[in-house]
Design a protein around this ligand. Sequence first.
Ligand code: FE2
Length: 469
Amino acid sequence: MQNHIPSLLVLSLISMVHTSARAEVRAITANPAEDCSTQMNIGWHADLDDTSCSLVYTRKSDATWAKSKKVAGKFQRSEVFAGIDSKSSDGKDWKEEARFLDYGVTLTGLKPDTEYMYKVAVGDAVSTDSARYFKTAGASKFTFLWFSDAHAYTPIPNRVRNMNTVIDAALKIEPSVDFVFSTGDVVAWGGSYSFWTKLFEQPFALNYMFADVIGNHDWMMRRNGGNNKFFAVAHNNPTNGYAGQEGVCYWFIYGDVLFLTFNNEQMKTSPQAETEAKTWAAGVIKKQKGKYKRIFIAEHYQWFDGRNGKSSWYDHWKDFCDEHHVTLALSGNNHIYERTHTLWDDQVVSDSLGTVYMEAPSCDGERGVEAGPLTMNADKLAFTYSSHVPSSGGQVKTIGCVLVDVGPKSIKTRLVYIDDNGQVQTADEHTFATLPSNAPRPNLPKKRPPIPKPTETTATQITSGTMTE
Ligand SMILES: [Fe+2]
């Protein structure tokens, strides 16, 4: 499928002015493929008559594109966003106009630990836009920038501006970020196609592989429920999820870490739906054995509620994390930053013996939720953070993200946030030792018999009404 094309031809193609290429191709993303050391998924959307799009790519060091390769894109027509109630950037009611070809390629045979650049070509005309970038896995350590809950909403551009501000600040603190991760709610309404296209024009999407987890806002429309397909079509994720979750739930391996992502909108529908997700994940863990050392899981809904420490989805996943020796569990939705101590069997254990559960804060400076005193689980929660300044949206102005440095035997996490005076702050720097998931753990305490719990309803959507933006 991959053809070498003469460098002169590439240069001439790149220099060609294709007047409409800019408008024809949008929502370009670099998403993980199963093995991120040699593969990458690139997705984009094109107008219905642009049936000959391809991807041109080369190593970043190949400044003249002399060694570039061209891969034909595969596409299918998508009308999933067409006619959906939305808002235009000037705040007016409108229906999304979105009928397009949903393109994707999986690049293979890439060199590990290498930066690549790429452009989309329409027919023979390579886009005149700047190149976009990703980096393959393969180094002995890697770093990802993790943000959540940006609620990108074109009528209020300040949200994305705040997201960019804190991402920029984190990149200045840690310039060697390898990819960007999100635990969801990247857009206010997943059904609003124009919100996705705007989001994927931002620098993080241009410069990094982006691994994203579906949030309730990414799933929903402005009115009348939602659809997994919004998320699946907006990205080009691996289609290795279970039935009905292809391109929504997915797994990938970056470095020695197996990442597993889950769809809360599906899991919350019934206990069986939750079991189905866990069965799939356990199957992946078993089948991919030998290809990874550590396991990270990610879902949108919070493990704990940072307003008071009340357990939320932690209760749903702690047994799974114990059984499979999950190293790090990532979530969002709460709009409050949280980190637990290392937990196993519902108690704090030594580093490397259990799981660290974390929540990324919101980053839009508008829809933050205020962290409160911990009246529950104060023994488990090591740190919480939010802004305490009210926002015009009636909540608080949290603007934060998290840097995760994954070394061979330890992990360092740092909260980066913009404080209430607009200054960049780093907080809760925490390094903990880790073990491969299959390593012997002779010091693990014996599991205690289960303690009966009072019945209670688990909070799922703390921050998200179906009509909110
Ligand atoms: Fe959210």
